[in-house]
Ligand binder design. Structure first.
Ligand SMILES: N[C@@H](CCC(=O)N[C@@H](CS)C(=O)NCC(=O)O)C(=O)O
Length: 208
């Protein structure tokens, strides 16, 4: 059994989408980041970086319990455990991992800054809005070009790279992005959003 420590955010949703897609049984433990649950001693023991998501799998690779934090590492862990959504062919595997890393190192951090400066900053910071807004647009263009001839992000199939990127693109309204500007991303977004496992995973943990 897998214990999932998460909240309904883009990084949390990547992992709940993956768990549902892979059909892995799990128990969700809400970590309300609005009330600072991520700083509790219990959660800090799981993730010293004090950010959701984290998982504990009582049946790790060696049969012993294992805990994993960082959503990208968790996605790789779950894909390897289930045998789904990370291709076994090495070329396809690296193609998937490079797009996953672009999400982890680029899309997530940049879109996160856009969300912060557009929605949460105590005062408008024009330079930050321009810098992160431009980089956000550039990343949408990278995705749009990638999806011209590709139904999915990597390896010609639905993978953990799609699961990682989807919840960030799903926040396009927070970024003041009109998906019609990026027609290939729009098509991809609609396609992924229609998956029943994605709809379910997006709602984990249920809001109080
Ligand atoms: N690189 C980390 C980022 C995790 C992250 O930033 N999580 C956010 C929610 S999306 C969080 O826990 N924020 C709480 C805080 O900032 O204190 C991952 O992908 O797991």
């Amino acid at each position: 059994m897998i214990d999932l420590y998460s909240w309904q955010t883009s990084n949390g949703r990547k992992v709940s989408i993956a768990l549902v897609e892979m059909g892995l049984p799990y128990t969700v433990h809400p970590i309300n980041i609005g009330t600072d649950d991520q700083f509790s001693d219990e959660f800090t023991a799981l993730n010293p970086n004090q950010r959701i998501p984290a998982i504990v799998d009582s049946d790790g690779p060696d049969g012993e319990s294992i805990s994993v934090f960082e959503s990208g590492a968790i996605l790789i862990y779950l894909a390897r455990k289930s045998g789904y959504f990370l291709p076994g062919d090495p070329r396809e595997e690296y193609e998937t991992l490079q797009w996953l890393m672009l999400q982890m190192g680029g899309i997530g951090p940049i879109f996160g800054q856009v969300h912060h400066f557009k929605r949460a900053a105590k005062e408008p910071v024009p330079y930050a809005l321009e810098r992160y807004g431009n980089e956000c647009l550039r990343l949408y263009e990278v995705l749009n070009k990638r999806l011209v001839d590709n139904e999915f992000i990597a390896a010609g199939q639905y993978t953990i790279a799609d699961m990682a990127i989807f919840p960030w693109v799903a926040r396009y309204e927070w970024q003041d992005i009109d998906l019609a500007w990026f027609s290939n991303v729009q098509r991809w977004h609609e396609n992924i959003a229609e998956r029943p496992a994605v709809s379910r995973g997006m709602l984990v943990p249920p809001r109080p």
